[in-house]
Design a protein around this ligand. Structure first.
Ligand code: ADP
Ligand code: MG
Length: 305
């Protein structure tokens, strides 16, 4: 039988402030699950609860049938976590940092040595492996932390905003590694980079103000919207009012309006804009469009409202 990660009505309040509201989902324990949401949406809180660093106010979860509230010690043995606040220890070198971390997790000396060398190779950190962290760039330090978590060999990884601060090339390198890993691992990650979720995720969750508002594959999320195309119109002489009846206006910045439309209205408006020589662009909807749609945070300047 397929192993699952199952969240059952998890809520969390800090004092009186709700951070998570009845979060429930069930996913197979394989591939990548990317959780996206604005700052403060509750992503870190959920990761902390699932990785037993924090107790839920109510509700519970199981990871491969192990209950996170009843058996936190068991859970900790089977997972590895990169927390959002994780920092490289300044006075250690990457090689030392990874090795010590593995010993701390209870690995034997020889295995820890072997795993350290293995991950240094995979992550191509060899030339920086013996320079103290304080002298390394932020991007390299981030890479070392991710390498450290992956070196544990845990098949269940929680990565809270793993690629924040990485340059585009370093990010693509990590994607390459994660794509290979996800064939044999379950990777739960949070990210602000929607292209990262698109590139890696088998399932995507959209978080908004402590609620899981959507979950599914990109195709499934697409199906949950009635619009298939996104149109950007650059001309300010088009009034918002005249567009509203064709679809959903989601953004209006710098004289650019973004409108989500269905197939029929995509045809209709394209023809109209061409006839009237109005500049526009049209694309199938992206994850970014879906995200704006479901989080209901439309970016509209006052003049458009
Ligand atoms: N230790 C804490 N004490 C009080 N409030 C907190 C604490 N941690 C997080 N919060 C609040 O809970 C909400 C969710 O935060 P968080 O889970 O960090 O969101 P995200 O990771 O999506 O940015 C935010 O409003 C945040 O201010
Ligand atoms: Mg966070």
């Amino acid at each position: 039988m397929q192993e699952l990660i199952e969240c059952k009505n998890i809520s969390k309040t800090y004092g009186k402030k709700p951070a998570l509201k009845n979060v429930s989902f069930s996913l197979p324990l394989r591939g990548v699950f990317a959780l996206i949401g604005r700052n403060g949406a509750g992503k870190t809180t959920l990761i902390k609860i699932l990785s037993t660093l924090l107790e839920p106010t109510s509700g519970t979860a199981e990871i491969g049938k192990i209950n996170i509230v009843k058996n936190p010690a068991e859970i900790r043995k089977s997972i590895a976590v990169l927390s959002q606040e994780a920092k490289a220890v300044n006075w250690l070198t990457p090689r030392q940092q990874i090795f010590i971390y593995l010993l701390y997790r209870g690995m034997g000396i020889n295995e820890a040595k072997m795993k350290t060398e293995e991950v240094i190779k995979t992550f191509k950190i060899g030339k920086n492996a013996d320079i103290v962290n304080s002298r390394l760039s932020g991007g390299i330090k981030r890479k070392v932390l991710i390498a450290m978590v992956i070196s544990t060999g845990s098949k269940i990884l929680f990565l809270d905003e793993p690629t924040i601060g990485l340059d585009p090339i370093a990010r693509e390198e990590l994607w390459y590694i994660l794509r290979r890993l996800k064939k044999t691992h379950f990777i739960f990650l949070t990210t602000h980079y929607l292209n990262e979720a698109e590139a890696l995720a088998d399932n995507i969750g959209i978080f908004d103000e402590g609620r899981l508002v959507q979950i599914g594959t990109l195709q499934e999320l697409r199906k949950n919207i009635n619009y298939q195309y996104s149109i950007y119109v650059q001309e300010s002489r088009i009034s918002l009012k005249s567009l509203k009846r064709y679809g959903k206006v989601v953004k209006g910045i710098d004289n650019k309006l973004q409108l989500l439309v269905d197939q029929k209205n995509a045809d209709l408006l394209s023809k109209r804009f061409i006839q009237q020589k109005i500049r526009f662009s049209i694309n199938p909807i992206s994850l970014e469009d879906i995200f704006y749609y479901f989080t209901k945070k439309q970016i509209l300047e006052e003049s458009y409202e």
